[in-house]
Unconditional design. Structure first.
Length: 87
């Protein structure tokens, strides 16, 4: 169960980092294109408080979403799970 939770936490952290990078690149590109036409100076502001809250919430919910199904599956025998009759 610990290995499964470690794996899910690595996936969550990786998705947060990749999503942040892609989101910043795409939003900056679109804002720069808009600013070219309107001739307004570009100012990059990052919503740090909102970002931290969303990352912590996503991490906690991701771990809980991995923990409870794993806890339920660990109650049953591996042979019964493989056969498909573990109710």
């Amino acid at each position: 169960m610990r290995i499964y939770l470690y794996e899910s936490s690595v996936l969550i952290i990786t998705s947060i980092l990749i999503g942040t990078f892609i989101g910043i690149v795409i939003s900056t590109t679109l804002i720069l294109q808009f600013k070219i036409f309107t001739e307004i100076p570009f100012e990059f502001t990052f919503p740090a408080n909102f970002y931290v809250v969303m990352c912590v919430t996503g991490f906690i919910l991701g771990l809980l979403g991995s923990y409870y199904p794993t806890k339920e599956v660990n109650k049953h025998s591996l042979v019964k799970i493989m056969k498909g009759n573990y109710e």
